[in-house]
Design a protein around this ligand. Structure first.
Ligand SMILES: Nc1ncnc2c1ncn2[C@@H]1O[C@H](COP(=O)(O)OP(=O)(O)OP(=O)(O)O)[C@@H](O)[C@H]1O
Ligand SMILES: [Mg+2]
Length: 376
């Protein structure tokens, strides 16, 4: 593919003034997202068959006011696709309102989504529209929809059925016209089986689904993405990092990219800022090493099979726990259930494995792929 040259040609749309009924809601404009810039379409879709099918489907569905469910592993570009759907829709001059469900504490989510009336609860000194209202005549993007609890799921179901909802503490329902786009990296069918996701809601949000393939299933697009990120970050940081050698490109094309395009983007960002291909090779070696746990064995001295096995088990355990915690958005109770161990045992293992105790401190551990485990 031709190197992507025109990163600045990406579409940009800024936040818009919103009114709900006769109420001015300018003070809440911060919640109405700017669409930001997109990479050019040839970069976003590349040339793989799966992405071409996705593009055709997306173009068709964008113009119809039906709910869309975007599914794909973390870092595959769900956010970009949701914004593109809005930008291609007849409501593109309306607001694009994103709700990152896991980022909002469960106790606040209802008022964030549906708003409240004055006096609805202690501290509700005035009334406030929720994000559903702010999205009137535009798009409401519910990211990580599986995080909504069952009570909110039924309120959302009502919204999808007849466009009606009720602010907390209000006497009457309100009506909005809104296009709902949801995203998830979970298998909602499994959540339904587990009783944590309503089947009727699933059918409502899943009128059209778009599946984003993981990067390892579209390796042919890695070259185009590398060129794009190189040019983009060279420009952004005023750097002059050179094109990668064929050897390093071959490594990138073989790597399995568990963090998908986000992982590739971050790697290229570091390469541009720090310079030197060894930044890339060192990281890939560390990540591959971690993936296929490969201990150094000194054949000249005594080998402790017991010690090596214990070391491997601990590393495997750490990886499994980290993965399950990530999958459950760091909800340790759910993770313990998924792992079939007690909550206390999980807390002990988290500490023992040197993993961060909670969500807020988790990033550093997720971004430290080469962490070695002490033997013993
Ligand atoms: N096709 C693409 N072309 C260029 N950049 C991309 C593409 N897909 C994703 N990216 C970049 O990768 C990063 C992650 O993308 P995005 O946030 O859309 O992923 P996601 O699927 O929503 O991930 P998560 O499930 O973790 O929220 C972003 O910085 C985005 O700009
Ligand atoms: Mg996302």
């Amino acid at each position: 593919m031709e190197p992507a040259r025109l990163w600045w040609s990406g579409c940009t749309l800024h936040s818009v003034e919103v009114t709900v009924g006769n109420e001015p809601v300018n003070q809440f404009n911060a919640l109405v997202q700017s669409l930001g810039e997109f990479p050019p379409e040839p970069v976003v879709f590349g040339s793989s068959e799966a992405m071409q099918t996705l593009r055709a489907r997306m173009n068709k569905v964008a113009s119809a006011n039906v709910p869309v469910l975007i599914h794909g592993e973390s870092g595959t570009g769900k956010d970009i696709i949701a914004r593109m759907i809005h930008a291609l829709s007849p409501w593109k001059s309306g607001p694009f309102v994103k709700v990152n469900c896991p980022a909002i504490p469960a106790t606040l989510l209802e008022s964030e989504l549906f708003g409240y009336e004055k006096g609805a609860f202690t501290g509700a000194y005035g009334s406030k529209p929720g994000r559903v209202e702010l999205a009137h005549r535009g798009s409401l993007f519910l990211d990580e929809i599986s995080e909504l609890d069952l009570a909110l799921q039924s309120k959302l179901l009502q919204l999808l059925q007849d466009g009606q909802f009720c602010r907390i503490g209000a006497q009457e329902d309100k009506k909005v016209e809104v296009r709902v786009v949801c995203a998830t990296n979970r298998q909602l069918e499994t959540e339904i089986e587990n009783g944590t996701f309503r089947q009727d809601l699933f059918y409502r949000i899943n009128v059209v689904s778009l599946h984003l393939p993981p990067l390892r299933e579209r390796r042919g697009d890695i070259g185009g993405l590398v060129d794009y990120f190189l040019e983009y970050y060279n420009h952004k940081y005023n750097c002059r990092a050179r094109a990668l050698s064929p050897e390093v490109m071959a490594r990138l094309e073989k790597y399995h990219w568990p963090g998908n395009i986000r992982e590739l983007e971050n790697l290229m960002k570091r390469y541009v800022i720090l310079g030197g291909e060894d930044v890339i090779t060192a990281e890939l070696v560390a990540r591959n090493g971690q993936e296929f746990f490969n201990p150094e064995i000194n054949l000249d001295g005594p080998i402790s099979l017991k010690k090596l096995t214990r070391q491997a088990t601990r590393e495997l355990e750490r990886k499994v726990i980290l993965k399950v915690l990530q999958a459950h958005h760091w909800n340790r109770k759910q993770a313990a259930r998924a792992l079939s161990i007690s909550y206390r045992a999980l807390l002990y293992k988290i500490r023992d494995a040197g993993l961060p105790p909670n969500r807020s401190s988790r990033r550093s551990s997720e971004e430290t792929p080469g962490r070695s485990v002490a033997a013993g």
